[in-house]
Design a protein around this ligand. Structure first.
Ligand code: SF4
Ligand code: MG
Length: 335
């Protein structure tokens, strides 16, 4: 399967008054073409930072200390502002968590959508409007030819998010990024938006990366999942494989909290005992050791390797490989 986006050894620090916060450490995963990839983790796990790094929109106090974000032949981390801006407009677009803050309240949807198409100099304004109306129809806005002249405050929350998706898809991007796209919505709307994203991904042949702390959403929507913890990818692979055969103690703890409701989209990330580590401290050994029920003394000293369990599925844990491996781990579990 072709890889559209390849994140390799990405490390990002934030300079803060408390010192350097290691927001991402050695993050690597591929995004394969025409797949929906979910990045899941607690808040502070670095999942949104990955998204902003792909967009080249990291905060001013961020410093990329290593890595690449390969998109086709380009490394987005070193592409330069003009190239990035062009990629953001045409090839990569974003759906935000809260459309109320990402859409422009004083412009109608028609005006905002015309702005998005500003690069298409050889397309007439009438044709741009036709494209915009068509896209609003595609995302399920009723009577799009008249509602296109309304403002965001005329739309309900669910309709606003549909319009946000229409705006993101207007240029026919190869890659759609979505940051907690359903968090601001109620459960019914959430399910509708999930199905809409699925349909559109299929119809438009797009590749989607969605960040969420909602395991049910990931199970419903995604083909692949990347599990993040304290700035590291601790397990990644196909959703079906990981949800049924998780290898990492952290992923297993998340899934075992409430396995019966795994497909429930209202399900939020369960709370497991302990706290995420202080990310200003130097890392030694396994980052999950302070909370791991299977911790061994060596885990606190030696950084665990990424162990590939089957093609494309890997987990970062000593139990899976090398002298510390436990042949009885992981025990089978039912989801
Ligand atoms: Fe737990 Fe050790 Fe595996 Fe880390 S390496 S997840 S501490 S068993
Ligand atoms: Mg976030």
């Amino acid at each position: 399967m072709e890889t559209l986006l390849d994140i390799r050894n990405l490390s990002v620090d934030f300079r803060t008054p408390r010192g350097r916060v290691q927001a991402l450490r050695d993050v690597s995963f591929p995004v394969r073409k025409n797949r929906i990839v979910g990045i899941v983790g607690e808040s502070g796990s670095g999942k949104s930072t990955v998204l902003w790094a792909i967009l080249g929109l990291l905060a001013k106090n961020a410093e990329v200390t290593s890595g690449e974000v390969q998109f086709g032949a380009r490394d987005l981390l070193h592409a330069g502002e003009a190239a990035l801006r062009a990629a953001r407009g045409e090839e990569i677009s974003v759906v935000f968590q809260d459309p109320m803050t990402s859409q422009i309240p004083v412009l109608t949807y028609g005006q905002q959508m015309l702005d998005i198409l500003y690069r298409r100099r050889n397309v007439s304004a009438a044709e741009k409007r036709r494209l915009a109306v068509e896209m609003l129809g595609k995302v399920g806005i009723p009577d799009p030819a008249s509602r296109i002249d309304q403002y965001p405050h005329h739309f309900s929350g669910g309709m606003r998010q549909r319009a946000g998706i229409a705006m993101a898809l207007l240029t026919g991007p190869k890659l759609l990024l979505a940051d907690e796209p359903t968090t601001a919505l109620d459960v019914t709307m959430e399910a509708q938006i999930i199905h809409l994203l699925q349909e559109l991904q299929h119809e438009l042949d797009a590749t989607v990366v969605v960040v969420s702390h909602n395991l049910g959403l990931i199970a419903e929507l995604c083909d692949d999942v990347v599990v993040m913890y304290a700035g590291e990818v601790i397990e990644a692979g196909e959703v079906r494989e990981i949800f049924h055969n998780a290898q990492h103690p952290y992923t297993r703890a998340l899934l075992e909290c409430d396995p019966a409701r795994i497909d429930d989209v209202s399900r939020k990330l369960p709370v497991i005992p302990g706290e995420i580590p202080d990310l200003t401290r130097p890392r030694q050994g396994c980052i999950f050791a302070p909370r791991c029920q299977r911790v061994m003394p060596e885990c606190r000293q030696i950084t665990p390797p990424d162990v590939e369990r089957s093609a494309g599925n890997f987990a970062r844990c000593h139990l899976l490989d090398g002298p510390l491996a436990d042949p009885s781990w992981p025990p089978p579990h039912e989801v």
